[in-house]
Design a protein around this ligand. Structure first.
Ligand code: ZN
Ligand code: ZN
Length: 374
């Protein structure tokens, strides 16, 4: 099958990407689905900060790669042994497949699936194969088992979750990364309970999803911090009780707004300074959840004694500590009942050709979630 896909050949090209054009729209050949694999007609794919981190080289991946990892589409062909899926199924793709049998999957933590981590690092599907090839037959890598920015993709059945076909594709796509990651950080990783206070650092797709998750959990005070005034205004409209301009006085303002510190702080920026600020914004006994992905060389400085003396918790959250097959249907049902207004974080629809410009907007901090329609 011939497929149009956004191909990244080289990391670290200079911004603006509208000029350096790191993503090129290429015609690739796609092999048919192998055992336990699906051919999916992608209909919508979100632009995520993790894609940007591959483009700018702060999250290095094997090149060349068909980029993108947040998508929804329709199953059009089944490989052998794909019981449970049928042609015509609508699916959300998940950027960490779960093998179902490793120690982490067995303990209910599929975000840590070991074969998935190995396959994602190697740029293959979970089964170990690549289904892409370039015009001259060169190997092209899969991005996190998804490669969302393409009109068709082959994925492992372990990367796909069937969904209610009534959910629009551009909404469903956001659940694959932003919504799972953001709401999961609050509901699964921090286990926020009714009446607690939550501080959220960074209001991209993940941070705004964390806000929606905190409201869903019944948080009494939700304080948001960002550098973009329009995003703070949107967060207030969505239900944040306090909005704080990020800067030197932000921690103090958050501590005041929460009567001495938040029960829980969620860091979505991927910066060690912001993570240290999030930690400082929590109260005694508080929990800080790190969701952003800083460059691997970054180190964190915090007063270590506070972990013991004040019983603080610092934890990481990948894929929102979700079990996608359990959590995606639940979250989508909440969206359908109007309790998770994910449509509010959708800030633009693009074509495949407009991706480089879209990533410029994301890098500027002014976009929330943009979606490519395919
Ligand atoms: Zn993402
Ligand atoms: Zn596993």
């Amino acid at each position: 099958l011939k497929v149009r896909a956004a191909l990244l050949r080289e990391m670290g090209l200079p911004a603006p990407y509208a000029e350096s054009r790191p993503l090129t729209i290429a015609e690739l050949s796609l092999d048919p689905p192998g055992p336990e694999e699906l051919l999916v007609r992608v209909r919508a794919a979100g632009l995520c900060h993790s894609d940007l981190s591959v483009i700018d080289g702060s999250r290095p991946r094997v090149m060349p790669m068909a980029l993108g990892h947040e998508a929804a589409g329709e199953v059009v062909e089944l490989g052998p042994g794909t019981g449970g899926f049928a042609v015509g199924d609508h699916v959300v793709l998940v950027f960490v497949p779960s093998c179902g049998t490793c120690a982490f999957c067995m303990s209910g933590r599929p975000a840590l699936c070991e074969p998935a981590a190995a396959a994602n690092a190697a740029g293959t599907l979970l089964g170990g194969d690549r289904r892409w090839a370039g015009a001259t037959g060169e190997a092209i890598h899969h991005h996190l088992g998804v490669s969302a920015f393409a009109d068709h993709v082959v994925v492992s059945t372990r990367s796909a979750v069937r969904i209610d076909p009534d959910v629009p594709f551009e909404i469903a796509a956001l659940f694959g990364c932003a919504v799972l990651t953001g709401t999961g950080a609050v509901l699964n990783s921090a286990r926020v309970s009714p009446g607690q206070s939550v501080a959220i650092f960074g209001l991209g797709g993940v941070g705004l999803s964390a806000l929606l998750g905190a409201l869903l959990a019944g948080a009494e005070r939700v304080v948001v911090a960002d550098v973009v005034a329009e995003k703070l205004a949107l967060a207030r409209e969505l239900g944040a009780t306090h909005a704080v301009m990020a800067g030197p006085s932000a921690v103090e303002e958050i501590r005041q707004a929460t009567d001495g510190g938040a029960d829980c702080a969620i860091e979505t920026v991927g910066s060690e300074q912001v993570l240290a600020a999030a930690y400082a914004a929590t109260r005694r006994g508080g929990t800080t959840v790190s969701v952003g992905l800083p460059h691997p060389e970054r180190m964190l400085q915090i007063p270590v004694v506070s972990l013991v003396g004040e019983e603080r918790t610092l934890r990481g959250s990948y894929l929102g500590s979700c079990v996608p097959k359990r959590d995606l249907p639940r979250l989508l049902a909440l969206y359908q009942r109007g309790r998770l207004p994910v449509e509010r974080i959708l800030s633009g629809l693009l074509s495949l050709e407009e991706l480089n410009e879209g990533f410029d907007r994301l890098a500027s901090g002014h976009a929330m979630r943009q979606v490519v329609m395919l």
